[in-house]
Design a protein around this ligand. Structure first.
Ligand code: FA5
Length: 338
C-alpha cells in the first residue's frame, strides 16, 4: 500500500474511532493511538513522508496536512461532546432531597422571651445595662461597700481599668437608682432585665461562670412581700407553662434587701430528681438604705426586687440535668429544643 492509501485509511479509521469514544478514558486512548507524539499513527505517517524524495513530497504534503488537521478537529469535537455530556447528566427526580435542618432558637432565649412577654403584660419596662460594669453600680449602690464580705460570694473578673464583669443583673438596679438621683427618672417604676452575668466560679452541673439572670424590681407605694410572691408565681407559671409549681421561701441575707429570701422550686412531690428543691432566685424588699442612697424617701416609697438564674429555670422547665448544655457547643443537646 502506498502513502496515499495509508493516509486515506488513517483518516477514515481515525475519524471513526474518535467519533465513537464514549468516555474520557477511550478518548485519551484514541488520542495516544492517532495523535500521540511518541508512537501515534500520524507520527509514523509523518516519518514515512519525510523519507520520500522531494518531488513526491509536493504531492503528499497537502494530503498529510489535511489528514492531520481532520484528526485534530475530530479529537477536539469528541472532547467537547464528552464535556457537554457531563453537564447534561440526567437528573433523577425520584432521588430523596438532601436533608435540610432548620435552625432553632436557643432554649435560654425561648424562656427569656416568655419572661419578657409576661412582664411586659404586667406593665414592666424591659431594659439592660453593660456587661463591663463600674464597681459603684455592681456593688456600691447596692449597699456592698469595698470591704463587705458579701463581695466574696460574687468573685468576678476585673479589668485593668478598675471595671469588672458584672456579677449580677442587680447592677441595673444600681444604675436605676443613680438615674433617680440625677433626676432622669422618678418613682413609681417597674423594670425587668434579662442579661448575661459572670462569676469566677468552679463549674459543675448547676454552676457556670457565664450565665443569665432575670432581675425584676418595682418601686411604688404600699408594696409588700405579698406583691413580691405573687409576681414570682406569675413569672414561674408563664416560664414553666404550668400553674401548680411548688415554691418555698427561705430567709437569706442580701445586703440590698430587707427582709431577704431565697426561693426554691420543685415540680413533683415524693422521690426522684424532679421532687428535689432547686434554688432558683434571690429576692426581698429593697433595703431602705439603698432607696435613700438613690434619693428615694423610704417612708413614702417601698419596693421589691428579685434576681433569678435563667439557666436553672430552663433546667426545671425542660428537665435538664446539667447546666453545661447551654454554653457547650454540643448541638446534639441544643437541637432537642426546636
Ligand atoms: C444574686 O445574684 C442577687 N443579685 C439576686 C437578688 C436580686 C437578690 C434582687 C435580692 C434582690 P445569687 O448569687 O444567689 O443572687 O444568684 C441569684 C440566682 O442566680 C441563683 O438563685 C441561681 O439561680 C443563679 N446563679 C447563681 N450563681 C450561679 C451560677 N454560678 N451558675 C448558674 N446560676 C447561678
Amino acid at each position: 500500500m502506498g502513502l496515499r492509501e495509508d493516509l486515506e485509511a488513517a483518516k477514515a479509521t481515525g475519524l471513526g474511532e474518535l467519533a465513537a469514544v464514549a468516555d474520557a478514558a477511550s478518548l485519551e486512548a484514541a488520542r495516544v493511538a492517532w495523535l500521540g507524539a511518541r508512537s501515534g499513527r500520524m507520527k509514523e505517517l509523518k516519518e514515512a513522508f519525510s523519507a520520500l524524495p522531494g518531488d513526491q513530497k509536493r504531492e503528499f504534503g497537502r494530503v498529510l496536512n489535511e489528514v492531520d488537521a481532520a484528526l485534530k478537529e475530530a479529537f477536539k469535537s469528541a472532547q467537547e461532546r464528552l464535556a457537554g455530556a457531563v453537564q447534561d447528566a440526567p437528573i433523577d427526580l425520584t432521588m430523596p432531597v438532601p436533608a435540610h435542618r432548620p435552625g432553632s432558637i436557643h432554649p435560654i432565649s425561648q424562656v427569656a422571651a416568655d419572661i419578657e412577654r409576661v412582664f411586659t403584660s404586667m406593665g414592666y419596662e424591659v431594659i439592660d445595662g453593660p456587661h463591663v460594669e463600674e464597681d459603684e453600680f455592681n456593688f456600691g449602690r447596692l449597699n456592698i461597700p469595698a470591704d463587705h464580705p458579701a463581695r466574696d460570694a460574687q468573685d468576678t473578673f476585673w479589668l485593668s481599668t478598675g471595671k469588672l464583669l458584672r456579677t449580677h443583673t442587680s447592677s441595673v438596679q444600681g444604675r436605676t437608682y443613680a438615674g433617680v438621683g440625677s433626676g432622669a427618672l422618678t418613682p413609681p417604676f417597674r423594670r425587668v432585665v434579662v442579661g448575661k452575668v459572670f462569676r469566677y466560679e468552679a463549674v459543675d452541673a448547676t454552676h457556670d461562670n457565664t450565665f443569665t439572670q432575670v432581675e425584676g424590681f418595682v418601686v411604688d407605694k404600699g408594696i409588700t412581700v405579698a406583691h413580691l410572691v405573687g409576681t414570682i408565681k406569675t413569672m414561674l407559671a408563664a416560664a414553666l407553662k404550668r400553674d401548680d409549681v411548688d415554691i418555698r421561701l427561705r430567709p437569706h441575707f442580701f445586703p440590698f434587701v430587707e427582709p431577704g429570701f431565697e426561693v426554691d422550686v420543685r415540680l413533683l412531690h415524693g422521690e426522684g430528681r424532679l421532687a428535689k428543691w432547686m434554688e432558683l432566685l434571690g429576692c426581698g424588699m429593697i433595703h431602705p438604705r439603698v432607696l435613700t442612697m438613690g434619693g428615694i424617701d423610704p417612708e413614702q416609697w417601698q419596693g421589691f426586687a428579685f434576681g433569678l438564674g435563667l439557666e436553672r429555670l430552663t433546667m426545671v422547665r425542660h428537665q435538664i440535668g446539667d447546666i453545661r448544655l447551654f454554653n457547650g457547643a454540643d448541638l446534639r443537646g441544643l437541637r432537642q429544643f426546636t
